[in-house]
Ligand binder design. Structure first.
Ligand SMILES: Nc1nc2c(ncn2[C@@H]2O[C@H](COP(=O)(O)OP(=O)(O)OP(=O)(O)O)[C@@H](O)[C@H]2O)c(=O)[nH]1
Length: 642
């Protein structure tokens, strides 16, 4: 009978001779081995656990072998060692013995001993394992490898290990996750010890760890910033252990090229030096360090980088790694610089700028606006543009602006702005809008350019263009406009109107004798005297050279016009002193009375003709053309020579 069967029967026999050593010592060694082995089985490391199991089993077996020959009964200390191990083990232990049919053919293993964990693992709710056939208690789905190894342990007398998963649906595989069983098969005299353990927790923990690791690896890899870490441990000091995609992209160095290398193996010397200096800062003052705005020369050109460095400590409290996170802020810095520049330009520009929201409430004005309007910041920002006296941009107002802005980016035009003194400033206003992605207006931008001075100059130029520069009288162009207006008024009211042409006589001789300057002074004096001779409502103009006109509004009677002509002739004839010379201006005058259906050219023609008639009649006289007014068909000479 084998040891195993005798154990089962309660009368174990000694399969091998025991060594001739003192009984206490012979038992002490297995006992120590058993205790050490059991201690190791509670290790966190699977390998150590298995070492513990093996050690325990060997110790138990050695104890059994070392029992005194005379003490082979079931209740001896050797049996105690064996039972202590069997019952103390946290693993499921079954002692198996092969069964053969009468012809000696192998019929499988039978369980001859089993501890409580084995019972719980293989037949938790069933009958006792002992006495059962192994194939009846094993869960379905045990892999072929298990059976092969068990056979090898028994037949080949070689310890075997096997580990496999029982997938959901199998007897021991419950729930979604597969269940893992690990086995040691130790050959025993006459049988095999099958030591099994549910290693699902360890497997699941490892899988979870792998999953977690790949999750974080993926996370780090997809971060939009360069993440890299170098080892700080002596055996691996300075070598890269993390190098994510962004780091690879920025530095144009793949993870394969970088991992395991030191900075000096792959980076340019200046970058290595920089990194060393930053690491030193970290070493001097442990903690997270931020290094903003570092300029790095990368294969993609110079980049502005915000760098964060953090130490990572191991469970032993020693520095394990130095983690670096580099955020490329080149674009942000450029955008910020642009923004700052734009802001400065707006601040410095002489044009007044106002930004309002979609409801035309002021959100921003520049210093030029405050200066131009005389308002203070708090009096403007947050207020409705319309209430500030600005042209409102709402739909109901300035429809022209709204329509222009709907079709184009900008409206421009003149617009008044109330100045600091309450007077209206003339400004050139440019209105543009900002829209969101839905094309809704989000901001209005008004830019006011003060054109008051420009407008004044423009007015002055216009005025000058209509005035005779020598005498200050309206020139020929202005004369035409004024005569046209006078005719319109006369038609409207209605009232009479006469036009008089005045041409100096012998002016060329004065020019020739006294000089052009003297001639100019005479022309100025003539203008003054003519204006003095008529009412302020009458208009004296200089057409050219020594030719003048007078528009006489309300004058319609020949006597009245003749009186005015004589007055002019008299005033001009009064002697005048130019330097040492006494000068007397003489003139020929011609006038025409306007008839309601007559146009401007016809009236001018008649007055001019009358003036030439006066010249031809001997100069220094006045001829009035009354044709069409007083029924006369020819010119009448109303005044003689002055
Ligand atoms: N000083 C001066 N002379 C001018 C100006 N414009 C024209 N003249 C001169 O005025 C003169 C006008 O010519 P006329 O009307 O033919 O001279 P006139 O001697 O008055 O001749 P009658 O009209 O036939 O009497 C010319 O000699 C021009 O050179 C001016 O602005 N200043």
């Amino acid at each position: 009978m084998s040891f195993i069967t005798s154990m089962r029967m309660g009368t174990p026999t000694r399969p091998l001779s025991a060594p001739a050593s003192p009984p206490r010592l012979r038992l002490a060694i297995p006992l120590i081995g058993l205790i050490a082995g059991l201690a190791l089985t509670s290790s966190h490391q699977l390998a150590w656990q298995w070492v513990g199991v093996s050690l325990s089993l060997c110790a138990a077996w050695a104890g059994w072998r070392a029992r005194p020959a005379t003490r082979g009964s079931a209740g001896g200390p050797d049996d105690a060692v064996w039972h202590a191990w069997l019952e103390g083990s946290q693993d499921a232990v079954m002692v198996l013995t092969p069964r053969h049919d009468p012809l000696g053919r192998f019929m499988g293993h039978m369980v001859v001993q089993a501890n409580a964990p084995a019972q719980a693992l293989f037949l938790p709710d069933g009958a006792s394992l002992v006495g059962q056939r192994l194939q009846d208690v094993l869960p379905a789905g045990m892999p072929e490898s298990f059976h092969e190894r068990l056979h090898m342990a028994w037949a080949g007398r070689q310890p075997q290990v096997d580990e496999h998963a029982l997938h959901p649906g199998h007897a021991l595989g419950q729930g979604e996750a597969p269940r893992w069983l690990s086995h040691q098969m130790i050959p025993l005299p006459g049988g095999v010890a099958l030591i099994s353990r549910d290693t699902s927790a360890a497997h699941h923990a490892t899988e979870a760890l792998h999953e977690q690791e790949s999750f974080y690896r993926c996370l780090v890899d997809h971060l939009p910033m360069a993440v890299f870490a170098r080892s700080a441990r002596a055996h691996n000091a300075g070598r890269y252990v993390v190098w994510n995609r962004e780091a690879a992209e920025v530095m144009q160095l793949s993870a394969e090229q970088v991992l395991g290398k030191r900075p000096e193996d792959i980076l340019p010397p200046e970058m290595v030096e920089r990194g060393r200096a930053l690491d030193q800062a970290l070493a001097q003052q442990p903690g997270v360090h931020h290094f903003p705005n570092l300029i790095y020369q990368t294969p993609k050109g110079p980049r502005v980088v915000d760098l964060t460095k953090a130490p990572i400590y191991g469970v032993d409290g020693q520095l394990d790694h130095i983690l670096s996170i580099a955020q490329d802020v080149t674009a942000q810095r450029q955008a910020a610089d642009q923004l700052r520049l734009a802001s400065r330009v707006i601040d410095e520009t002489g044009d007044a700028v106002m930004v309002t929201d979609a409801m035309d409430r002021v959100v921003m004005v520049n210093p030029a606006f405050l200066k131009m309007s005389g308002l203070r910041h708090h009096e403007v920002v947050g207020h409705d543009a319309e209430l500030l006296g600005l042209a409102p941009l709402r739909e109901t107002h300035l429809i022209g602006i709204q329509e222009t802005l709907r079709g184009g980016p900008r409206w421009t035009g003149e617009s008044p702005l109330v100045g600091p003194d309450g007077l209206l400033l003339e400004t050139w206003l440019s209105v543009s809008v900002l829209r969101n992605e839905a094309q809704q207006v989000t901001q209005h931008i008004r830019v006011f350019n003060d054109i008051s001075r420009l407008k004044a100059q423009q007015r002055e130029l216009t005025e000058q263009a209509r005035r005779d520069s020598l005498t200050g009288l309206p020139n020929r162009r202005e004369f035409s406009d004024r005569l046209r207006m006078a005719m319109a008024r006369a038609r409207r009211q209605p009232q009479t109107l006469a036009l008089m042409y005045v041409d100096l006589d012998g002016f060329k001789a004065i020019n020739d004798q006294l000089g052009h300057a003297a001639g100019d002074r005479l022309l100025i004096e003539v203008a003054r005297r003519m204006e003095d001779s008529v009412r302020t409502t009458d208009c004296v103009c200089r057409l050219s050279g020594d030719e003048f006109t007078v528009i006489l509004e309300g004058a319609g009677h020949p006597d009245e016009v003749t009186r005015i002509a004589n007055r002019i002739i008299e005033r001009l004839a009064q002697p005048w002193q130019i330097d040492a010379h006494t000068v007397q201006a003489r003139a020929s005058l011609g006038a025409a009375l306007w008839s309601r259906d007559e146009d401007l050219d016809a009236l001018c023609q008649r007055a001019d003709t009358a003036m030439y008639a006066a010249k031809h009649a001997g100069k220094g006289r006045f001829v009035l053309d009354t044709e069409g007014v007083w029924g006369a068909t020819s010119m009448g000479l109303y005044a003689g020579a002055a």
